[in-house]
Ligand binder design. Structure first.
Ligand SMILES: NC(=O)c1ccc[n+]([C@@H]2O[C@H](COP(=O)([O-])OP(=O)(O)OC[C@H]3O[C@@H](n4cnc5c(N)ncnc54)[C@H](OP(=O)(O)O)[C@@H]3O)[C@@H](O)[C@H]2O)c1
Length: 283
């Protein structure tokens, strides 16, 4: 089966990636589930969800092993994102963490390597290590996660800081503070943000009456509306996590859902856009 083309997003170096990918938090925590999780990721890859987000933190390396299983023999089709923990993000620690991630992933390169959140090691040191890894071909590009605007400005001012490819942040209708300042700042620089927990971790958000009403009009699910909402303005890559095949299929189909102005207004009324600066939401 030929997968329908997904919308794409341009990275600052010109690389095009799908606007919808797959998250992996909580995968690799139970050996009994690992096979099914890898199978769900494979199903997503087959249908075009070729961008996979993971981290050394998830399942204590277990999620990277699941990803390694899912991409074995098919590495070139996949755009791999992983993250170094802030506690490991010294110059030498970042390089060692990356080597360990590469082993677990069963690959020789990570397409996009992120600092998971700001920590105590100076970000200039971490970026220096990222640049060394890039020169060695072990990562193809780098970025950050959970950085608010002031921290992004600090990164941008570093030597080589303009190469930062993304900021991965919490973004869904109940957590949209980035629309006030961070998202426009990134868009102005041609830097996409990666929206994490775009389904609000399948909690209260998916019971929203507004999302439910919009979903009913489109014959869609609230989860699909949440994904379409996150992609509505461009410059955003959403990375829902799904380990159930039915969820993967639903999420792929969400890429084809286009919300009308009336749909967006109805969601705005129930989940208002920020009117002032808000501290960056984080999980
Ligand atoms: N950088 C960071 O600090 C950070 C923080 C959090 C997350 N992330 C990344 O972002 C990814 C996504 O965030 P998340 O995992 O926190 O939450 P999420 O993607 O918002 O929600 C995941 C939950 O939604 C369920 N789900 C998936 N598709 C669904 C559908 N179509 N309908 C109903 N439920 C559905 C999943 O169930 P099943 O698994 O049972 O299918 C799972 O319980 C993570 O996996 C991780 O890769 C990054």
């Amino acid at each position: 089966m030929t997968a329908p083309a997904l919308p794409t997003v341009r990275l600052p170096d010109g690389t095009m990636v799908p606007a919808l990918g797959q998250g992996t938090w909580h995968m690799g925590e139970s050996p009994a589930q690992a096979g099914a999780e890898a199978q769900a990721l494979r199903q997503g890859i087959e249908r075009g969800l070729t961008l996979i987000d993971t981290a050394e933190m998830y399942g204590n390396g277990g999620a990277e092993r699941v990803v390694g299983q899912a991409i074995a023999g098919d590495r070139d089709r996949v755009f791999l994102v992983s993250k170094v923990l802030p506690t490991n993000a010294s110059r030498a620690g970042t390089i060692a963490a990356c080597e360990a991630s590469l082993k677990r992933l069963g690959t020789d390169r990570i397409d996009l390597y992120l600092l998971h959140w700001p920590g105590s090691h100076p970000v200039a040191e971490t970026v220096g290590a990222f640049e060394r890894l890039r020169e060695a071909g072990k990562i193809l590009r780098w970025g950050v996660s959970n950085f608010d605007l002031a921290e992004m400005a600090e990164v941008a001012a570093l030597p080589g800081g303009a190469a930062c490819a993304t900021d991965q942040v919490l973004y869904h209708p109940d957590s949209r503070g980035i629309e006030f300042d961070l998202l426009p700042w990134c868009r102005a620089r041609g830097m996409p943000v990666m929206a994490y927990s775009p389904l609000g971790q399948a909690g209260r958000l998916l019971r929203s009456r507004a999302l439910g009403a919009v979903a009913a009009r489109h014959g869609a699910s609230p989860a699909q509306v949440a994904l379409a909402w996150s992609l509505r303005g461009g410059g955003v890559i959403a990375i829902p996590k799904a380990s159930r095949p039915a969820h993967v299929a639903e999420n792929v189909a969400a890429a084809a859902l286009v919300l009308s102005a009336a749909d967006v207004a109805e969601i705005d009324a129930a989940h208002p856009a920020p009117r002032r600066k808000q501290a960056l939401g984080m999980l």
